[in-house]
Ligand binder design. Structure first.
Ligand code: C2E
Ligand code: MG
Ligand code: MG
Length: 747
């Protein structure tokens, strides 16, 4: 039943949330990164396609350009004249070589005759030696042959010819090149040639670094170059250049423009920062969440603790005690142990609370809990059921003797004086016990509580400061208790059930009956004799005591009037004494019956002395002034402080029979009783001893100087008529039964 520590709470809450949040973050990050990576790859792919198309177009346009240029040079009357008709090397050099090399940037121009024999060649702006011209034509032999198979078109006489142009990629002297060839014809159509006799012109441009640089420059392609081997770098791409018959010639290679990668490179840091920021926010959020969860959990635990524990002692309260009882009752079959339930109630706690204050009362409640714990150790459950009531749950050890012994040890521990902060206090404890074995079937926990409560009630009724185990007949008595109220109410209306008996009061010195105590008697037609110990408390709790008290007082006074000079004692309950009209009633009855106030003795209990009520003490003073005597009944069972006797006017104390019954030579109670008698006499009080049952007790009390004796040794209560007889007999002597026996034997 201990509250959980806060560290376990802190760890419990966020685990599920944390997992969820981390998963969400991972999924979100993966989605965003995946999307960015996918789109950048997509962008790069499109860019690659675009660049490849560009390169393809560039290569194609180089071909087209070469075809246009060669056409412009070869389809020209001037060229025809200066090459074939009137060969002029100077003209060629001046007009063709210049344009071909310097303007167009081509590497070589070769002129061949109709049989493809080299006529003239210029390579890199220099005329090739006539002896080497033929060799220069070798790589182009096939191309020229193809050219010769296509006759120039000639639509009508007088219109210019349109020669065929063949362009291809070749490897020339081990170097890839673009080559164009066409036949030299008249552009005006004025110069006729025999078909098949045309000279041809060849233009060559190597696919080399200058060309690649030019392409790169013109078309904004980064790092373009021609290469025979394709690059494996992901940052470079190649475009294969194939000749007309599909043979590989070379690669155009360039540095890829990868905009997607760039976007990715630019986005990643921003994304990373965003993720870090989001992660930080989530950590903060989680932290906040954890704190809320902690606070919530702590709040719940506090509320649970509050709901299940007693504020003052920190012990479990009634509801959690009942829950634990239910649990233990149900667990019996598995634990194979029975359950013992003790219900403990403090005796005289109300007095401590009323006289020493609530703070002292609270301290006492806690101190009692400590003492119970000290006796029982840690294992048993101890709960505060409310007020001055405690509940204890023990596993049944088999022997009821042990439970009795334990209960007695608790009672003894609580019976020791308590040193509170400012006061000392004495209380007692009564315990009700009920036990169930492991085998008992159909046990209802609330029934157990009820039974323990009944046993506790019985322990209190039997004189407090004791433990009693529940027995079935107790329930029946309690049942009777519930019916008592109704029955008593009815009995008070009738005159055939209630009566008053009178127990003689015997002078210790003379052994003569000097008076009698009036005791209420109830003879029920169904339940028989019901003891005042049962019906007086009910009458007190229900207010019926006033009517009952008046009935007894009236009967006692009627009797007292007939035996003047004898004391008739009547028990008065606190409720009666608190009534401001009570003294009027007493005087009215005295007046009506004619009894002398001096012959009336009112017996009050110690609790009245603790009662600070003005009315009670006012009534007492009025009675004494009128000559009515006041006796303090059951002395020694209550708060027993002689100092109260100084404050309140009493004439007599009646030592309770619990002291008298223990009187035997050498017993502690002899010293206590003697001290009481001595003190009372010192305060000018008379002393009556109640419950005298043996000669020994009578003689011990006699030696102590006790004034009046009362008890079964002499007589129990007798009917009014009989007591009148005794009291009216001037020679009455109340001899004990043993003395009567001795007298009879001696006769
Ligand atoms: P109490 O005033 O102390 O009366 C004495 C009780 O002790 C009586 O019990 C009496 O029968 C019993 N007793 C007397 N001598 C002996 C003895 O030698 N041995 C034992 N064991 N018992 C003895 P009872 O009549 O049962 O009355 C019990 C209590 O009920 C009384 O105690 C008194 O407090 C209360 N009571 C009785 N009648 C009235 C009444 O009319 N009004 C009020 N307020 N209380 C009453
Ligand atoms: Mg009495
Ligand atoms: Mg008494």
């Amino acid at each position: 039943m201990q509250p959980q520590t806060s560290s376990t709470i802190g760890r419990q809450v966020p685990v599920a949330v944390l997992t969820l949040v981390v998963l969400t973050m991972v999924v979100a990050a993966a989605t965003v990164l995946g999307f960015v990576a996918w789109s950048s790859a997509n962008i790069d792919q499109r860019s690659l396609e675009r660049q490849t198309q560009t390169v393809s177009r560039v290569i194609q346009s180089s071909r087209n350009e070469m075809e246009q240029r060669i056409s412009a040079l070869a389809v020209w009357d001037e060229t025809l004249i200066n090459t074939k008709l009137a060969f002029n090397a100077n003209w060629i050099q001046r007009n063709l070589s210049y344009r071909i090399n310097d303007s167009f940037g081509y590497n070589a121009m070769i002129l061949v005759d109709a049989s493809n024999k080299g006529v003239f060649a210029i390579v890199d702006n220099l005329a090739v030696l006539p002896s080497e011209v033929d060799a220069a034509t070798v790589p182009f032999a096939q191309l020229l042959e193809s050219l010769r198979t296509i006759r120039p078109l000639q639509a009508d006489i007088g219109t210019p010819q349109i020669p065929a142009v063949i362009t291809d990629f070749l490897v020339v002297d081990g170097r890839p090149a673009i080559v164009s060839a066409t036949t030299i014809v008249s552009d005006t159509g004025a110069l006729k040639q025999l078909p098949g006799s045309e000279y041809a012109m060849l233009l060559t441009r190597y696919l080399d670094s200058p060309m690649a640089a030019e392409i790169s420059r013109n078309y904004l392609i980064d790092g373009g170059n021609f290469t025979m081997t394709s690059s494996s770098s992901p940052d470079q791409s190649v475009f294969p250049i194939l000749n007309n018959s599909g043979r590989f010639i070379t690669f155009f290679q360039w540095n890829l423009d990868r905009p997607g990668q760039m976007v990715l490179r630019q986005t990643i840091p921003t994304l990373a920062i965003a993720f870090i920021a989001i992660a930080c926010l989530i950590v903060l959020l989680l932290n906040q969440l954890r704190r809320y969860a902690d606070a919530l959990k702590a709040g719940q635990q506090y509320s649970h603790y509050q709901a299940t524990h007693d504020d003052l002692t920190g012990l479990p309260n009634r509801s959690s005690f009942e829950a634990e009882l239910t649990r233990q009752v149900e667990a019996r079959k598995t634990t194979k142990t029975g359950v013992t339930l003790l219900m403990l109630d403090l005796d005289r706690f109300k007095q401590v609370n009323d006289t020493l204050g609530h703070q002292a009362g609270d301290e006492l409640i806690c101190a009692v809990a400590d003492r119970i714990r000290a006796v029982l150790g840690k294992a048993p459950i101890i709960a505060r059921l409310g007020g001055d009531e405690y509940g204890i749950l023990m596993g049944q050890d088999g022997l009821m003797l042990d439970v009795h012994d334990t209960s007695q040890r608790i009672i003894d521990a609580i019976g020791q004086p308590f040193s509170l902060r400012h006061y000392k206090a004495h209380v007692g404890a009564s315990i009700g016990i009920v036990s169930v074995s492991a085998l008992e079937e159909d046990v209802v926990p609330t029934e157990l509580m009820r039974k323990a409560d009944i046993a506790l009630y019985e322990a209190k009724a039997a004189g407090r400061n004791r433990a009693m185990v529940y027995e079935e007949h107790m329930s029946e008595m309690l049942q009777l208790q519930h019916t008592i109220e109704g029955e008593l109410r009815e009995a008070l209306q009738r005159d055939d059930q209630l009566s008053v008996s009178f127990q003689p009061l015997v002078s210790q010195a003379t052994r003569r009956v000097v008076g009698a105590e009036a005791l209420a008697r109830w003879s029920h037609p169904k339940f028989g004799q019901i003891s005042p110990g049962r019906f007086i408390p009910v009458a007190e709790n229900t207010g019926l005591i006033e009517a009952l008290g008046e009935f007894v007082l009236r009967r006692a006074c009627e009797l007292g009037a007939t035996v003047p000079g004898r004391t008739i004692a009547v028990n008065i309950s606190p409720t009666q004494l608190r009534n401001p009209q009570f003294s009027h009633l007493v005087f009215d009855i005295l007046h009506r019956t004619g009894m002398r106030p001096n012959d009336l003795e009112l017996e009050i209990t110690e609790s009245i002395l603790l009662d600070d009520e003005h009315v009670s003490s006012q009534n007492l003073r009025t009675f004494r002034t009128a000559g009515i005597q006041i006796a303090l009944d059951d002395f020694g069972t209550g708060y027993s402080s002689l100092s109260y006797l100084k404050r309140y006017p009493v004439d007599r104390i009646k030592i309770d029979r619990s002291f008298v019954s223990q009187l035997a030579d050498g017993h502690d109670s002899v010293a206590i009783t003697k001290a009481i008698v001595t003190l009372a006499h010192a305060m000018d009080l008379e002393v009556t001893a109640e419950g005298v049952e043996t000669e020994d007790q009578a003689s011990i009390l006699g030696k102590m100087g006790c004034n009046i004796l009362q008890g079964f040794l002499f007589s129990s209560g007798v009917p009014a008529a009989r007591i009148v007889e005794i009291l009216s007999d001037p020679a009455n002597a109340m001899v004990s039964r043993s003395m009567r026996l001795r007298k009879a034997m001696s006769r």
